[in-house]
Design a protein around this ligand. Structure first.
Ligand SMILES: Cc1cc2nc3c(=O)[nH]c(=O)nc-3n(C[C@H](O)[C@H](O)[C@H](O)COP(=O)(O)O)c2cc1C
Length: 200
């Protein structure tokens, strides 16, 4: 079984929806999957200032385990997801990535399949730049980047983002469409299939 880690950050739940679908797709491809959320860094007052954020933190606290670097060492392929924050991944995700120096130094992140997904408020609010920022990081890891491209017609139904699955939430919760969920599942399947070839 190919080992796939799906690691994400989400404040108001949209990236969480995508992450669960990516994980489901990888499982459908026969992979063993770890779905993990990176630790929250924001103070309680900030979380409380947004009822959607508070609701999501409370809903997922016991449901999804926190990610550790060991999850990426274990994985033979990984998917990272984050909301767009000014066109880049959230600080919570970046902080987790910045704990990976030891794994990077010893080559434990290299030669593995890597893919990324995101949600922004707006269609053109930075979805693609956020995913491309992940691709910068993947390059430093020496990962084998696995974008969806236009390798399946269902991707066009989800907005046709060739870099990775993306969602425009309008700043609300639970906005991921069936088409986007299908694209995310496809992305997870594709990551698992490519990662299996890399480890063969
Ligand atoms: C500090 C901050 C910066 C943001 N920057 C952007 C942005 O550049 N473009 C955009 O469209 N949305 C931006 N957003 C909105 C979120 O990316 C959007 O609500 C996203 O759907 C949240 O995903 P989540 O539900 O998984 O937390 C920002 C939100 C915050 C709090």
């Amino acid at each position: 079984m190919t080992k796939i880690a799906v690691i994400y950050y989400s404040s108001t739940g949209n990236v969480h929806q995508l992450a669960a679908a990516v994980a489901q797709g990888a499982e459908e491809a026969g992979a063993e999957v770890r779905l993990r959320r990176v630790p929250e860094l924001a103070p309680e007052e900030a979380i409380d200032s947004n009822p959607l954020w508070r609701a999501h933190v409370d809903a997922t606290a016991g449901e999804v385990q926190e990610a550790t670097p060991a999850d990426l060492e274990w994985a033979e392929g990984y998917a990272l997801g984050s909301p767009t924050r000014f066109g880049t991944p959230a600080a919570q995700m970046k902080q987790f990535i910045d704990t990976l120096g030891g794994l990077w130094f010893t080559g434990k992140l290299a030669n593995k399949g890597a893919t990324a997904f995101t949600s922004a408020q707006n269609v053109h609010g930075g979805n693609e730049t956020t995913i491309l920022t992940f691709f910068n990081i993947f390059s430093h890891f020496g990962a084998v980047i696995v974008p969806p491209g236009y390798t399946d017609p269902l991707l066009f139904e989800a907005g046709g983002n060739p870099y990775g699955t993306s969602n425009a939430s309008g700043g609300k919760s639970a906005t991921v469409t069936e088409a986007e969920l299908a694209a995310a599942r496809y992305q997870g399947r594709r990551l698992a299939e490519v990662s299996a070839k890399l480890t063969a």
